[in-house]
Design a protein around this ligand. Structure first.
Ligand code: F3S
Length: 62
């Protein structure tokens, strides 16, 4: 599983990178991007927490 951010939806609130910095980081454009890494079980939990916390539902985990 990996994390994905839809930059067309992200408003750059930064919550995801605060909750799960191992997977999400803020890009130079001020929007989030997901690192291209396979999520371990423990990373999946925090990545899903970031997914459900995103105010505009820009994150998917699949
Ligand atoms: Fe963007 Fe949502 Fe993260 S708005 S910065 S993807 S929490």
């Amino acid at each position: 599983m990996k994390g994905f951010v839809d930059k067309n939806i992200c408003i750059g609130c930064g919550l995801c990178s605060s909750i799960c910095p191992e997977v999400f980081e803020m890009d130079v454009d001020g929007l989030a991007k997901a690192k291209d890494i396979d999520l371990t079980d423990s990373l999946q939990d925090t990545a899903k927490e970031a997914e459900s916390s995103c105010p505009v539902s820009a994150i998917t985990i699949k």
